[in-house]
Design a protein around this ligand. Sequence first.
Ligand code: ASN
Ligand code: ZN
Length: 332
Amino acid sequence: EYQGVETGIGNSQYSGQVTIGTTAAGSGFAMTDNTRGGHSTYDLNGTSGTRTLVTNPTDTWGDGTVANRQTAAVDAAYGAQLTWDYYKNVHGRNGIKDDGVGAYTRVHYGKNYVNAFWSDSCFCMTYGDGAGNTHPLTSIDVGAHEMTHGVTSATANLIYSGESGGLNEATSDIMASAIEFWAGNPQDKGDYLVGEKIDIYGTGAPLRYMDKPSKDGRSRDAWSADLGSIDVHYSSGPANHWFYLASEGSGAKTVNGVNYDSPTSDGLSVTGIGRDAAAKIWYRALTTYMTSSTNYAAARVATLKAAADLYGQTSTTYLNAANAWAAINVGP
Ligand code: ASN
Ligand code: ZN
């Protein structure tokens, strides 16, 4: 049988109609993307382990609603594809391990499961269907967040507890935001929010806010001595806040229709360097200078080394990146 690389049409829940890499298989098509390391998308059909490759008689997938079980697969495949393309096109990274090998995705995990996760042991991402099985956790930012956990494991390997755990989480949020902006999808525009599409609280509120992390009621805006003792999804706050401040600067600002207002812990204003520079700095720091035990003070040093490499130590980009660290109470 002919096994060809194809481009399918996917009707997603969160991102409108998109194209996804597929394969002609037998008399139909499979959700396997051989242009991106053979990344395949599987349906767990409400179980926690029995997976079936998503296939279809035609190369048009899903209908944009949860009633069609392919829809979540479309969203997840699209997010994985964008994440692969972002790392390759922006950072020159060829897959999670930079070896051209794809991971894989599993959707419809369990019942009413309100989470998604990356696993190093299966080298795969898994998505629940959300509360009432109505909001699968398959948005671009959640997918990019989970896949970035794989990149972190393959590089700095930041230990998932204490301050390094917060930095691990922040790396996933930072790259997720960068990827969402880079994707430029008109139905899911870039923002400095995490999980704004999946409605985890049923109120429309996102999971996390990078301009002012404390808006979620738990995350920290700035470093303090007890930061390493809180959950990694909240100790990520200061680093997420660094990314926002470094990208956009402090104060009030509207980006893609979302209003932000970012405070600084030192009361001094910060001038943004743009998110592309901030993301390049973070990625280079992650892949060149951070180690498994990097804490906030060391992350500052790592990003400033990266900024010096990329832009020069006397550049305004370097200076403003340093000012953003001072603004979250991490100083020399
Ligand atoms: N979705 C969560 C995360 O990626 C799962 C976890 O707590 N590890 O952070
Ligand atoms: Zn995470």
